[in-house]
Design a protein around this ligand. Sequence first.
Ligand SMILES: [Zn+2]
Ligand SMILES: [Zn+2]
Length: 152
Amino acid sequence: MTGAGAADEPMARAAARLRTAGLRVTAPRMAVLMAVSDSSGHLDADTLRERAQRITGRLSVQATYNVLHALTDAGLLRCTRIPGHPARYEAERHDNHHHFVCRGCGAIRDVECTVGAAPCMEPRLPARYDTQEAAVTFWGLCPGCAVPPPAS
Ligand SMILES: [Zn+2]
Ligand SMILES: [Zn+2]
C-alpha cells in the first residue's frame, strides 16, 4: 500500500463485489471484504475487525459479526468452524478445498479438493441421500511443530 490513491482500486472492487452479490454497499462491508481479500489466511472475527478498522475507522464487535454473517450468507466469504477454535473466514473461491489444522500451533492451511469437484468424497450412504459437499478437517502437526527426526 503506497499513498492514498492506492486504496481506491480495492475499494471499488469491493463495492462491485458487494453489488454483484446483491448487497447494499456500506463502508463496514467494504472494509471487512478488503481485509479478507488482503490476506491469504484464515482469520477470526477479532483479527478481521482490527484490520477493517484500519480502513474504515471504529467498528463494533456486533457490527463486525453482522457484516461477516451478511458476507458469508451472500457467498462472498467462506466460514470454517473448527472445534476448539474461533470461526475463521476467508474469501469464498468455490474451489471446494479442505483444511489441515495443526494440533501444536493451531495453524490452518488449505488442502486441495481431492477430485476437484464437490462433493469430493463419496460417503457410504443409502440411496436417496443427496450429498452436496464434503468439508474435511485433517488434524496433525505442521513442520514447525513436528518433532524432528533424530540426527544420525
Ligand atoms: Zn504447528
Ligand atoms: Zn481455506
